[in-house]
Structure formats: structure tokens, C-alpha cells
Ligand binder design. Structure first.
Ligand SMILES: Nc1ncnc2c1ncn2[C@@H]1O[C@H](COP(=O)(O)OP(=O)(O)OP(=O)(O)O)[C@@H](O)[C@H]1O
Ligand SMILES: [Mg+2]
Length: 231
């Protein structure tokens, strides 16, 4: 095993092509990108520029059409071949936390039950002790027994963040996590991601339309038509 380098994710000439009938759309086109361990990166760009496609490929939720993806010095995808589905499932559970624009909370489960939902599939040692801390960190300790329908939009998003963090991921991938929230709530979530990055060393990759949120990151990557726009 090689020692862990400074980069937790390395993408080399990634392409993700969608077919629409006879037409091909390169949603991600020749993207090379290295994400440093413990860094905070924002991905910006107009609608349709490939942000979601890229973050899904980086997060091993989607296979690239070509290119190379290396996670923690381990090749996930290269030469048109990826890890087996079983190995990918393990990577998704162990390495990543995902936050989506839609919260995807289960309406019939309480806040606490939603947060511990990933434990149904897998539980990292020590993760359980951290639940109280996580709920406090996200200001949800008084909401643990509430149903999602009883929460504000910002609170629901914080539940989704708690759920993404409960299994102690190394990398948090957030696709427009504040898309449904007002300015004040968005900035609150942005600050929180910044704190998690600074205090806990969590690697954060944030897709956002909001320039103020993007500015919280140490580095901003701009996409245009599936390509990284030169700074
Ligand atoms: N499943 C799909 N099938 C075909 N084309 C797709 C699919 N998903 C995305 N695309 C196309 O790929 C391109 C990039 O889409 P993507 O969703 O990654 O953009 P985005 O930057 O996330 O946009 P937004 O800001 O609106 O969320 C778009 O042209 C889109 O129409
Ligand atoms: Mg998108």
C-alpha cells in the first residue's frame, strides 16, 4: 500500500457522455481535477454545465464514460473499467457523505430516525457515540423526536447534513444543498460546512449557484459546457 498522498480524489480527463437518441452530450468533458485532503472546494457554473454529473462521478454514484478516477491512491475507474458494484457500494458507504438539493427525508420517521438511517446498512465503530454531538452541532437536539413535516426548510436540510455525516465520511459532497433555502438559511448552512471543514478536517466539495457560498471555499472550480474554465 502506498502512503496517502495530499490528494484524496484525483480525476484525470474524465468524460461522461449521455446519449439522447442519435445525439451525444458530453456532460463532463475532459475534466482533470485534484482534490486535496481536508480542502474545501466549490464547483460553480451555469445550469446544464455539468456540475451534478461531475459530482456524481467524483462520488462514485455514476461511472464516467472514459478517463481515470483515483480515490485515496486507489483506482476506482480507468481504461473504461470500474470497481465491481459490491466494491463501489462499500466505497459509497465508507468514504462519502452525500447531500442533495432535495432533502430526501423519510416523512414518517423522526429526525433522529432519519439521521441514523444509514446505520440500517452499515455502522462505523464509534459512530453511535457521536450522534448526540452531531445533533447539537447542527442545532437539532431539541428536534430529535419531531417529524420532517414539523420542521422548517433549514432544519430539514440540517437533518440531511446530519444524516450525511453520521457515518463519519472523509469526503462530503453537497449538490446545491441550499437551493431551497432563503439567503439567511443558506449562509448558515455554508458557514456550517466551513466549520466542519476547518474544525474536523472534513474534505468538502460543494456545488452551488450562490457566489457568496462559493466564496467560503478555499478554491472554486468553474464549469462551462462540461469543461473546467481556465481561471
Ligand atoms: N440522465 C441524463 N440523460 C441525458 N442528458 C443528461 C442527463 N443528465 C444530465 N444530462 C445533460 O447533461 C448536461 C449537464 O447536466 P447537469 O445536470 O450535470 O448540469 P448542472 O450543471 O448540474 O445543471 P443545474 O445547475 O441545472 O443543476 C445537461 O446538458 C443535461 O441536459
Ligand atoms: Mg445540478
Amino acid at each position: 500500500m502506498s502512503a496517502p498522498g495530499p490528494f484524496v480524489l484525483e480525476a484525470e480527463r474524465l468524460r461522461r457522455v449521455y446519449r439522447r437518441g442519435p445525439e451525444e452530450v458530453a456532460a463532463v468533458d475532459d475534466v482533470s481535477l485534484r482534490i486535496e485532503r481536508g480542502s474545501f472546494t466549490s464547483i460553480v457554473g451555469p445550469s446544464g454545465s455539468g456540475k451534478t454529473t461531475l459530482i456524481n462521478v467524483l462520488g462514485c454514484l455514476d461511472n464516467p464514460t472514459s478517463g481515470r478516477l483515483v480515490l485515496d491512491a486507489r483506482t476506482v475507474f480507468a481504461d473504461g473499467r470500474g470497481l465491481s458494484e459490491a466494491k463501489l457500494t462499500r466505497v459509497r458507504r465508507n468514504v462519502f457523505g452525500y447531500i442533495f438539493q432535495k432533502f430526501y427525508l423519510v416523512p414518517t420517521l423522526t429526525v433522529l430516525e432519519n439521521v441514523v438511517l444509514p446505520f440500517t446498512f452499515f455502522r462505523k465503530p464509534g459512530a453511535e457515540e457521536d450522534i448526540g454531538r452531531l445533533l447539537r452541532l447542527l442545532g437539532l437536539e431539541k428536534r430529535a423526536g419531531h417529524l420532517p413535516g414539523e420542521l422548517s426548510g433549514g432544519e430539514m436540510q440540517r437533518v440531511a447534513i446530519a444524516r450525511a455525516l453520521v457515518n463519519k465520511p472523509a469526503i462530503l459532497l453537497a449538490d446545491e444543498p441550499t437551493g431551497n433555502l432563503d439567503t439567511a438559511r443558506s449562509e448558515e448552512i455554508g458557514r456550517l460546512l466551513g466549520e466542519l471543514n476547518a474544525r474536523e478536517g472534513l474534505t468538502v466539495v460543494l456545488v452551488t449557484h450562490n457566489p457568496r457560498l462559493a466564496a467560503l471555499a478555499g478554491r472554486t472550480v468553474e464549469l462551462r459546457d462540461g469543461r473546467i474554465r481556465a481561471a
